[in-house]
Ligand binder design. Structure first.
Ligand code: ATP
Ligand code: MG
Length: 563
């Protein structure tokens, strides 16, 4: 295998690393994207052959548990076999042709990963959705996307039945269940009978792979279309550098299957030959997460900040994490206090990344890079990330502005195609040479980015601009605060003032609210610039959140302004 170099030549890379290096070079924009690319054929089937030839540790490629004893472990070969069967179900009973769209609304069960890969093999475009979608949400998504097929489970099927008559494009409904349901095809039965022989379609790199509905944190969810290569190759480098994955790693991302982070995991882990670990997690429960980390040899963990906020409330010293060596977070701002508590108690650093459904990782703290607490890291190659003003002019370090990614003269390949059927939104997201993320931040002279908030969340009080995250992070340092959301509130003199909605930790839940309000105000004044302190404080039992766990400040703001 040529591990040893000779006569001063560098040692040639072992086969798997050579392949990963090629994918990584494309991911970093150092090599052109091939004209044809199909993740199942060009990545998964290659790992299957490497595995067979003994070039990979005996790690599973996929490892699923449900917490009550059931377990599924697939090698790349088994994943290949099962997904070819699933592709025959999609192409056969469902009649899906390349380019047809399929909605996947499944809990964290192995079928989600199978059907995702089967979509790649058949050229069907996958549209993941979260299981909390209501009838109205499902109708909106099925109508907007004109999906021809949907796959879901028992608990969601009645919601689909209630609206499917109003979705004329929907032709087949697939159920993942042990029982049958009128009007539905039974996926597990069909899978059992399906052939393992399947010819993967030849997709062009630019062909569509997936449509993601954004979280809808700020309005109606938009349809973000990705190509075969934008996600399929776009995550290799960040998977290697930020997630720090190799073929011996076992990566657990607790995310719901309907959110982009499930795809981020898939497209980071499998090109790097790593194992994807999944716990069904019917409810997100801190103790279940901590016990799982203690029981299984998980090396790498990714959770949204909301979950880390819960985990650090537990006595972490009571747990022994067998193999954990690398932790990540993203999707929302990480409060420095949460990072410090996690690190202090587990000894493992927490590396934050920042990105959107529209992109791959925009900014990150790659493993080993010096972390500046509170910063979301540096621009992630191949993106050229800048802070720009409202005309698209690049601003100097230290100035607040729009987080923007350069798309001219060359649009990065690891980027969404467009907001589907919405040229106005697509056009509105561009300014001069840049794509405008809709987030506000500063970049310091060392190239680190400091998130202020979503454009609409930034508070303007007596001409002071205040980012909610900074105030929330200051509040998080007080032992009374489990979590908080900071928004603007109307004020006759100042126009708007800072208001904090605070969820208390159990130890403080019966404290006198007035005294606690004063204490929290003094605390914020003492740890950050005093003008940022919340002039209004409300104690609440929970914060409005998207199903992916993000705080919906816009809901609280509308409430405040009586909209
Ligand atoms: P919509 O566009 O419909 O409002 P959304 O923006 O919440 O939904 P996503 O694409 O899932 O949907 O989320 C991307 C957004 O999440 C980013 O634009 C940013 O506001 C936020 N985000 C992601 N990572 C971070 C981070 N590390 N720090 C702060 N915010 C983050
Ligand atoms: Mg967005």
């Amino acid at each position: 295998r040529g591990f040893c170099g000779s006569r001063g030549q560098p040692a040639p890379l072992p086969v798997p690393q050579k392949i990963v290096a090629t994918w990584e070079a494309i991911s970093l924009g150092r090599q052109p994207v091939p004209e044809y690319f199909n993740f199942a054929h060009d990545v998964l089937d290659v790992w299957s052959r490497l595995e067979e030839a003994g070039h990979r540790p005996p790690n599973p490629a996929f490892w699923w548990v449900n917490g009550t004893g059931a377990e599924v472990k697939w090698s790349f070969e088994e994943l290949g076999k099962q997904s070819r069967k699933a592709a025959n179900v999609l192409g056969g009973a469902c009649g899906l042709q390349p380019g047809d769209r399929m909605m996947l609304v499944l809990p964290r069960i192995p079928e989600w990963w199978l059907v995702s890969v089967a979509c790649m093999r058949t050229g069907a475009v996958m549209i993941p959705g979260v299981t909390q979608l209501t009838e109205k949400d499902l109708k909106y998504r099925l109508q907007a996307s004109r999906a021809k097929s949907i796959i879901t489970s028992d608990s969601i099927a009645p919601r689909v039945d209630a609206i499917s008559a109003e979705c004329p494009s929907l032709q087949t409904k697939l159920l993942v269940s042990e029982s049958s349901r009128p009007g539905w095809l039974n996926f597990r039965e069909l899978l059992r009978e399906a052939s393992t022989e399947h010819n993967c379609v030849r997709t062009k790199s630019q062909d569509p792979l997936a449509i993601y509905f954004t979280s809808g944190t700020t309005g109606a969810p938009k349809m973000v279309e990705h190509s075969q290569s934008s996600y399929g190759l776009g995550f290799v480098a960040s998977g290697r550098r930020w997630v720090a994955l190799t073929e011996s790693d076992i990566f657990w991302n607790t995310t719901d299957t309907g959110w982009v982070k499930a795809a981020w995991t898939l497209f980071s882990a499998w090109p790097n030959g790593s194992c994807i670990f999944v716990h069904e997690l019917p409810q997100v429960d801190a103790k279940v997460i901590l016990n799982t980390l203690s029981t299984f040899p998980i090396t790498t963990l990714c959770c949204v900040p909301t979950i880390f906020r819960l985990l650090v409330q537990e006595d972490l010293t009571r747990y022994q994490f067998q193999s954990l060596r690398h932790c990540l977070t993203g999707g929302e701002a990480l409060n420095p206090d949460v990072r410090e508590k996690w690190k202090r108690q587990t000894g493992v650093e927490l590396y934050e990344g920042y990105g959107q459904s529209e992109t791959v990782v925009i900014c990150a703290n790659p493993k080993g890079m010096k972390i500046k607490s509170g910063s979301m890291g540096k621009a992630s190659p191949p993106y050229d990330v800048q802070i720009v003003d409202d005309e698209g002019n690049v601003l100097p370090p230290g100035e607040e502005g729009n987080v923007a990614v350069r798309i001219r003269p060359t649009r990065p390949f690891c980027f969404f195609n467009c907001y589907l059927d919405n040229p106005e939104k697509t056009a509105a997201s561009e300014q001069g040479d840049f794509y405008i993320t809709g987030d506000r931040a500063r970049m310091d002279k060392d190239g680190y980015f400091w998130f202020m908030g979503r454009n609409d969340d930034v508070i303007n009080s007596s001409s002071y601009r205040i980012g909610p995250v900074e105030v929330e992070s200051a509040l998080a340092e007080h032992p009374a605060v489990l979590e908080s959301a900071v928004v603007s509130s109307p004020d006759a003199i100042r126009g708007e003032v800072v208001k904090a909605f605070v969820v208390l930790t159990p130890a403080y839940s019966s404290h006198d609210p007035e005294a606690l309000t004063r204490e929290l105000q003094e605390h914020v004044k003492s740890v950050t610039a005093p003008y940022k302190y919340p002039r209004k404080v409300a104690f609440v039992s929970e914060l409005p959140k998207t199903v992916s766990g993000k705080i919906q400040r816009s809901k609280l703001r509308s409430q405040e302004w009586g909209k």
